[in-house]
Design a protein around this ligand. Structure first.
Ligand code: SAJ
Length: 409
């Protein structure tokens, strides 16, 4: 049986995974190079908000999980570090993964398994990880083993999905795949499929690309419907009653560190082949500007002139999370038409810290300072306080407002 797991990278994916393993009887050490993050965890506090994370954290602490900035000697390493994309080439930037693997090679005992959990484009492990290991004189398959186990959990429901989602494990040898499957099966009740590494790499990127393309389709429909004053939500609702149609929802843009990033890997690697994907990503990326245009249209229609009397309600990348990575609100504020956004007020009930110019930390003060409210995110707290928007002009980019006379995308 596996005796020690070292989880590298304690962010949105690494931390819940480490806690889950620890609370299911696995001896886990979590490693992160960010000293402040480690200090916070060692003081008994979690580093972000997520449903049921706190309870899981307490269970893992009782089970003896440790947090450190040092890499450990362990039987299994789970690498869960960021994989951004290069803004110019659109290709995956595997730098953090390669750095983590280099550090692991300094401490790992013979026979250890390195599991890359970070999302990478197909071929990344062959191209960047294997050569690094071989350069250090290790023989893969003999001195150590490689696997890829991309995660599928959705922020906002991570703990539940860690337990219930199915997973994919890619490995060179069946035995390694089965060993890693047993490790994840300590907590995962979903199906765990074992395949090869490149297939696992590709499936993860394809899943997120499918969602990005579907959202882009919904966003394009919203634009078409706006052009001729049709109700896109009603149209999608009716279309989705067809047994083989399942269109997602239009929105003010696509954020987060997955759907707005991973499909670019395919565009970067296959520029002449990934046409639909490329156009979809551009469509999604244009949505914050589309919202900015809508703001100006609505201001004109209502005789409003002062952009500083307009407020963006919601700053996170989606509902009920405190994660602002690539958030449509931040994209809008940083739009190429930035001068048009200058002066916009901002408020998000889930963001207590200063994150944007003209940000309020109190809902009433925010509402007092604006005439036009733009609902950017569908937080429960925003839904629950909807009656406070009575009397305001509202642009609802999430189709959640129950008041009459509201504008939509
Ligand atoms: N969005 C829309 N319309 C929709 C659904 C989402 O505009 O109908 C927007 C959201 O508001 C948000 C963005 O898309 O800005 C992404 O949100 P999301 O909820 O679709 O996805 P993520 O990024 O939180 O999580 C995704 C998930 N992937 C899939 O559903 C295929 C999750 O399962 C992955 O684990 C995660 O990416 C990841 O880490 O890769």
């Amino acid at each position: 049986m596996l005796s020690q797991v070292n989880v590298i990278g304690l962010g949105y994916i690494g931390l819940p995974t480490a806690l889950m393993l620890a609370s299911h009887g696995i001896n886990v050490v979590g490693t992160d190079k960010d000293k402040r993050r480690i200090e916070t965890l060692n003081q008994g506090r979690t580093t972000f908000k997520e449903a049921d994370l706190e309870g899981l954290f307490q269970e893992a602490l009782s089970a003896g999980i440790r947090f450190t900035t040092e890499y450990q000697a362990a039987d299994t390493y789970i690498v869960s570090v960021p994989t951004p994309y290069d803004k110019f080439s659109k290709k995956v930037d595997a730098g953090f993964v390669v750095d983590a693997v280099k550090e692991i090679l300094n401490v790992c005992p013979p026979g250890a398994v390195i599991v890359i959990e970070s999302t990478v484009s197909p071929g990344t492990i062959d191209k960047y990880v294997r050569p690094e290991i071989e350069r250090k004189g290790f023989r893969i398959g003999r001195d150590l083993h490689l696997a890829h186990a991309p995660e599928r959990i959705i922020p906002g429901n991570m703990v539940y999905e860690l337990i219930h989602n199915s997973r994919t494990i890619g490995a060179d040898e069946r035995e390694t795949g089965e060993e890693i499957k047993r490790l994840y099966a300590s907590f995962c009740q979903g199906n765990i499929v074992v395949t090869d590494i490149r297939t696992a790499e590709m499936t993860k990127v394809v899943e997120n690309t499918f969602r990005a393309v579907n959202i882009a389709f919904a966003n394009e429909l919203a634009k078409i419907c706006r052009h001729d004053d049709m109700d896109v939500y009603e149209i999608i609702r009716i279309c989705n009653m067809h047994p083989r149609v399942n269109i997602l929802q239009p929105g003010p843009g696509v954020g987060g560190h997955c759907i707005s990033v991973d499909p670019w890997f395919l565009v970067g690697d296959y520029p002449s082949l990934a046409k639909v994907i490329d156009e979809s990503m551009k469509t999604n990326d244009q949505m914050p500007d589309f919202v900015l245009n809508r703001i100006y249209e609505i201001m004109k229609e209502n005789g409003m002139e002062d952009i500083s009397r307009v407020g963006l309600y919601g700053l996170t990348y989606k509902e009920n999370v405190d994660d602002m990575r690539e958030s449509p609100t931040l994209q809008l504020l940083e739009s190429q038409e930035r001068h048009l956004a200058a002066g916009l007020k901002v408020y998000d009930p889930l963001i207590p810290q200063d994150a944007a110019p003209n940000q309020y930390h109190d809902l009433d003060a925010f509402l007092d300072s604006v005439d036009l409210v733009v609902i950017m995110v569908g937080h429960d707290e925003i839904r629950e306080n909807m009656e406070k928007l009575a009397g305001k002009t509202v642009l609802d980019c999430q189709n959640i407002c129950t008041l009459k006379g509201v504008y939509h995308l």
